[in-house]
Design a protein around this ligand. Sequence first.
Ligand SMILES: Nc1nc2[nH]cnc2c(=O)[nH]1
Ligand SMILES: [Zn+2]
Length: 471
Amino acid sequence: MAQKTIYFGRFISTPQPVELLIRVGAVLVDRNDGKGVIEKADWTVRDPKDAISKFGVDAPVITTKENGFFFPGFIDSHIHASQYPNVGIFGKSTLLDWLTTYTFPLESSLGNPKSPMYKDAVEPPNPLARANAVYNRVVSRTLANGTTTASYYATIHVDATNLLADVAFAKGQRAYIGRVCMDQPETCPDYYRDESTEETIAKTKASIEHCKSLDPSGELLAHIITPRFAPSCLPETLSRLGALAQEQDLRVQTHISENLNEVKLVKQMFPDQATYTDVYDHHGLLTPRTILAHAVHLSKDEMKLIKEKKTKISHCPASNSALGSGFCPVRVMLDEGLEVGLGTDVSGGYSTSILDAVRNACMVSRHVGYVNGGDSRYNLGVAEGLWLATVGGAKVVGMEGRLGGFEEGMLWDVQEIVLGDVDSRGEGDNTEVDIFGWETWENRVDKWVWNGDDRNVRRVWVGGRLVHERR
Ligand SMILES: Nc1nc2[nH]cnc2c(=O)[nH]1
Ligand SMILES: [Zn+2]
């Protein structure tokens, strides 16, 4: 099979938060066994045959539809793979009761046959078979939605966590895999926690080794150290996990300041630290390679410390609305110079789609503007939302300059989008995005963001490997 491929057509990206860059041309990709990068780009080419002669290679040419475009793959910087069966199931709960009512029972069922989820089971429980179904489905589903990179939380179970790593690796998604660490008996149920700091560290190391055995380079797949959040870990565990991340040069992910009752709980449990951010800093977890999800209720001082430490933020707007957590002030964080990406936070968030997260980020920003005196300065535009979903996300997962655009040397982690054509009789395609033909390309992108879904994702590549094709 040919190693090189030419992609020809329309390419849209967001190099800057307010810049929607729309170009026609061709790029040459060397697939290089799934490490495919853009070797050359030419924005003067207007015909696929010209591309072959311009690049001087006889490679197959993949062309976008007239009403379509290539767009950088989405980066989901915060998603709980194990919670996927619960999308949409949250009733009227808020964070802390949502965890005990819906989340811990489901997560425990992927590894513990005594999980409360099995109490009425007719068949003998088979947790790993359940994990297999859940993880295969969620990886397929996120790929179908154009997510080429995901930072996943699994569960506390090593076997099931390693299975998620196997599934993501086999399907070719770029993935960070976190074994969830929780061993604080005051807040974690008996049926779902590690017994001690030693157990937490040993099990985390086992999962690190498994991820390394799949991808020693860590470029397509790597373990990410995952203390669930400060209240779920013993203080000693937090420190040991911080040290482990440093020792093994690994990323860290956790939650911060999502909900006001959670913030209060952290104050009670860690009276010696002034703020939630200080708790992570004190335990060596506030690093440039740490992703903090939510950050809804941070003080300005906390933002300053996070900036100083170059720690990253994953904004999860759908989840914050669904669980009534609050209005995350993304504009303020961007103005403060924080690095922000988007997360679906399945299943606090109800959707696996980062396009839906873009929409929700735009919506929430308007509510933030409203509560700040109706100031439209807070509003995020479509290009800004897409920037958070791609370039912002790349910074958050430590892949700045390698993901999120079409420049030479960048990885070919890309989705091909196709929009719906409406004909002269008013007949359309099987997509929610009806394009009549007179819209500008900027407006077509607006319509895609507000009404698009997986039906608009025709093909997806990661590192030049085709990982999804819509049938
Ligand atoms: N949204 C969300 N917040 C959390 N805080 C601690 N655990 C979780 C979780 O699973 N989801
Ligand atoms: Zn979360």
